[in-house]
Design a protein. Sequence first.
Length: 123
Amino acid sequence: MKFLTRLAAGDIALWCAFWLIGMPFVLLWDLSGGCTVVGCGIAEPLMGAFLLVLFAFSSVAIPFVSVAIWRSASRYPRASWRQRLIVFAAKLFAAISGTLAAVGLAVLLYMVFIFAYAAFDRA
């Protein structure tokens, strides 16, 4: 729990927040979403459910991690132009991935609502 509070506050090093936490979540989001869209493993219901749960989990986690990356980048030193470029790239990555994950979660929740509405519609 202490690690999560340090991560949320931006006290984790930028390279750690970006490469060790952010990139694996984004890769999970990309792979699970891509497999769901393309249809790999959807013939088996258990695999399809696993992919959707993995997509939902990563869609919830990525905005949190994006805020952590943003805060870590804000604490990163900016003495040279390379360091300013690293900060800009990390913040751009955080903004784009967080927004896309939030949109993906909204689409997933909309799909759940539509399927639940169709399942319980008696009229």
